[in-house]
Design a protein around this ligand. Structure first.
Ligand SMILES: [Zn+2]
Length: 87
């Protein structure tokens, strides 16, 4: 099953010492992915998959919340509806 997608930082091309505002993860669908663990979305409490590379970011940026893609998308949609984000 190839539904798993590696977790991404909030922004592409982050510098090593920089932390994202939020760490975006894919919802955990129960499939075991080698080397990955689970985290919790800070919005909906859903389990999310945390890849090893993402775990490094979490370890480096302990104050940054992990959030599932669904909640991030909802926020973007809401922000656009309110005119907060152009495009
Ligand atoms: Zn969520």
């Amino acid at each position: 099953m190839e539904v798993f997608e590696e977790c991404r930082e909030g922004e592409a091309g982050l510098k090593e010492d920089k932390c994202p505002d939020v760490i975006i993860c894919v919802p955990w669908d129960g499939d075991k992915v080698e080397g990955s663990t689970t985290g919790i979305c800070d919005k909906c409490g859903r389990e999310v998959a945390v890849a090893p590379s993402t775990r490094e970011i979490i370890a480096r940026c302990p104050g940054v919340p992990t959030r599932c893609m669904l909640c991030v998308h909802l926020e973007v949609i809401r922000a656009k509806a309110e005119g907060g984000i152009n495009g």
